[in-house]
Design a protein. Structure first.
Length: 301
């Protein structure tokens, strides 16, 4: 097969591993910096051009779209779809998962466990917003933040009020969520491919840090999910319409609660923690599904 990896940086671990895994299976792999592509949008012969040459005859693509490049990146993915090329994650599903508020609203509609969440922009009723999630301590997030950036734990009511007022001054959209204290600064990353959890790890934040992101010094270890945790991860990926997803859960006193569904999950942490060839599993999924896949996104929101 001829498979394109849409990535801005070919030196990244995830990009390299996907390329290596594909080549080990005998496929022709090519890394394409999607921001350097431009598109010919026509009904007769739609196309994508890179370095002056049309990108043709690809059987499948693997989107590795950066969060800050979602608009243009998904436009390139959508153009490949118009050309009849299989994408392991469709453009609509990527866009859906990147909109944090939309994601939470869809998951809530599906009855998936979530932290109590409030959403605001310029509300004057800060007291009411704080009370919506049960008061302090609580977590305040910028809607557009990624990788733990723009996420603040407010341990007191006054701290929460000050942070919300500061964020409001930035003309920003704000998510306010209950703080799951019993999680102890740890979360679960579940790697879902084709409706199966193929790997799972527990990420533990450093002492004094409530965020468990590995690039912030967190540690990871292989873990066995409970049946409820696995079912929650699978339902979340399905609700987003994602075939390849990283689903992040917290263990709360009332069961697993979902924090995020990632359409371009990193491979380094999960592969090193579990010893599982996740990149190879992504390639296997493409090989099994590219030829006869129904590429129509049937999710209505």
């Amino acid at each position: 097969m001829k498979i394109a990896i849409l990535s801005q940086d070919g030196s990244l671990y995830s990009t390299r591993r996907l390329r290596e895994a594909g080549e080990e299976q005998g496929h022709q792999m090519r890394i394409i910096p999607y921001l350097r592509c431009y598109m010919n949008i026509t009904s007769s012969r739609p196309g994508i051009i890179f370095n002056g040459n049309p990108l043709e005859n690809f059987d499948a693509i693997i989107p590795r779209i950066g969060a800050s490049r979602t608009f243009y990146g998904t436009a390139v993915v959508r153009q490949f779809e118009v050309m009849g090329v299989f994408s392991c994650n469709e453009s609509q599903a990527i866009s859906r998962s990147r909109d944090k508020l939309r994601c939470l609203q869809i998951l809530a509609k599906e009855g998936i466990g979530l932290p109590i969440t409030g959403f605001a922009h310029a509300t004057q009723d800060i007291d009411g917003l704080i009370e919506t999630v049960g008061g302090a301590p609580l977590v305040i997030k910028l809607l557009e933040g990624t990788q733990g950036i723009g996420v603040v734990l407010a341990e007191t009511y006054q701290a929460a009020k000050s942070v919300i007022e500061a964020f409001r001054g930035l003309d920003a959209n704000i998510l306010v969520q209950e703080y799951i204290k019993e999680a102890g600064g740890a979360d679960l990353r579940c790697f879902v491919i084709g409706g199966k959890v193929i790997a799972a790890m527990k990420r533990q934040g450093v002492k004094g840090e409530f965020r468990s992101n590995l690039h912030r010094g967190g540690k990871a270890e292989k873990i066995q999910l409970s049946e409820e945790e696995e079912a929650t991860a699978l339902r979340a990926a399905k609700a987003m319409g994602l075939n390849v997803a990283g689903v992040d859960l917290l263990r709360s006193n009332h069961g697993p609660v979902l924090m995020e569904v990632n359409s371009s999950p990193g491979l380094e942490g999960i592969e090193k923690a579990t010893g599982i060839d996740v990149a190879g599993e992504v390639i296997n999924y493409i090989v099994k599904n590219a030829a006869n896949a129904d590429t129509k996104d049937n999710i209505k929101y």
